[in-house]
Write a protein that binds this ligand. Structure first.
Ligand code: DC
Length: 218
C-alpha cells in the first residue's frame, strides 16, 4: 500500500511549520519538520566544535547523530538523548543549517532519515525539497511563499514572543541571504515542484492558508 504524503515546501518564514502541523493534525497524519533535522545537525557540529567547512567531519556528525522526535503540543527534538528544542529556533542555528545543507554528501546521509517518517496513515512533510526530491512521488504538493518583508516581520514577532532580542532589518536581510543560498545551491535547491499548488501567504491569515491546503488535499 502506498502511504500518502503531502509536501509543503517554501522559503523560511512563509508559515510552513504552522500550516503543516495544523494540516497533519486535521488529517490525523504524522508530521516531518525536515528543517529541524538540518538544524539538529547544526547544533551537533557546534557542540563537537566541527568546522562547518570540513565536509567529511560534518558528514560524520550527520551519520553519528541520534535524533528522536516527539510530537506533543509542540515538536520536541532530542539529540543523543538531550532535549535541544529551545536551541532549534535560534537564527544562528538556521544559518548554519543552511550552510551545511548545501553539501550533497550531507543531504545523502539525511535522505533515509527523512523517508523513515513515512508511516501509515500518512505524512505531512515540510522543507525545501520535500516535493522535488525526498517525496517526489507525493500526490499533493504545496509551495508556500510570502514576500521577504512579510516573512521578516513574522520571524521578528516570533522571536519577540519568545523573549529573544531581535532587529527587524537584520532579520529580513538574514532571511533573504539564507533564501538565496537555499535557492542557488546545486544539491536539491529550493524550487517549486512542477505539480505543486502555489500559495502566496503575504495577504492571507494562517487559517486561510490551512483551509486552502486542506481543500486541495481533500
Ligand atoms: O525550515 P528551516 O528554516 O528550519 O530550515 C533550516 C535550513 O535547513 C534551511 O535554511 C535550509 C535547510 N533545509 C534544507 O536544505 N532542506 C530541507 N528540506 C529543510 C531545510
Amino acid at each position: 500500500m502506498i502511504i500518502p504524503v503531502v509536501t509543503i515546501d517554501g522559503p523560511s518564514g512563509a508559515g510552513k511549520g504552522t500550516v503543516s502541523r495544523a494540516v497533519a493534525m486535521q488529517l490525523g497524519w504524522g508530521y516531518l519538520d525536515s528543517g529541524a533535522i538540518y538544524r539538529s545537525l547544526a547544533i551537533a557540529t557546534a557542540q563537537q566544535g566541527v568546522d562547518v567547512k570540513n565536509v567529511a567531519a560534518v558528514v560524520k556528525a550527520a551519520q553519528d547523530m541520534l535524533l528522536e522526535f516527539e510530537c506533543a503540543a509542540e515538536l520536541i527534538v532530542k539529540l543523543d538523548g538531550i532535549n535541544i528544542t529551545s536551541e532549534l529556533a535560534a537564527e544562528t542555528t538556521g544559518n548554519t543549517a543552511s550552510i551545511i545543507a548545501a553539501y550533497p554528501e550531507v543531504r545523502a546521509v539525511l535522505l533515509q532519515k527523512q523517508r523513515d517518517f513515512r508511516k501509515a496513515p500518512g505524512l505531512v512533510a515540510d522543507g525545501r525539497d520535500m516535493g522535488t526530491v525526498v517525496f517526489a512521488d507525493a500526490e499533493k504538493k504545496v509551495y508556500l511563499t510570502a514576500s521577504a518583508e512579510e516573512r521578516g516581520k513574522r520571524r521578528y514577532k516570533q522571536l519577540k514572543e519568545k523573549g529573544i532580542n531581535a532587529n527587524l532589518l537584520q532579520i529580513t536581510e538574514e532571511i533573504e541571504s539564507r533564501d538565496r543560498r537555499d535557492r542557488e545551491r546545486v544539491a536539491a535547491p529550493l524550487k517549486m515542484a512542477e505539480d505543486a499548488l502555489h500559495i502566496d501567504s503575504s495577504q492571507l491569515s494562517i487559517e486561510q492558508v490551512i483551509k486552502e491546503v486542506l481543500d486541495w488535499v481533500r
